[in-house]
Design a protein around this ligand. Structure first.
Ligand SMILES: [Zn+2]
Length: 75
């Protein structure tokens, strides 16, 4: 059985139409909200990495990399 991308619940797929990725609208919305937040964080952290000198630059760059990694895991 397919699993919800957010909570891991089993999903009963509809017989016709697009396969579902989420068990509920609640999970679908929460997932998109999280992805949006992460995308914003990546941009913000990269800006901060560019705007700051070391060692802060590396610090922000590593936060950007973390957010990017989580984003690519969930999208
Ligand atoms: Zn779910």
């Amino acid at each position: 059985m397919a699993q919800c991308q957010r909570c891991g619940e089993g999903i009963v797929q509809p017989v016709t139409g697009r396969p579902r990725r989420f068990c509920s609208d609640r999970c679908r919305r929460a997932h998109h909200q999280r992805a949006k937040t992460l995308r914003r964080q990546v941009d913000r952290f990269l800006d901060l990495a560019a705007a700051n000198a070391e060692p802060y630059s590396s610090y922000w760059a590593s936060l950007a990399a973390d957010a990017q990694a989580e984003l690519s895991k969930i999208t």
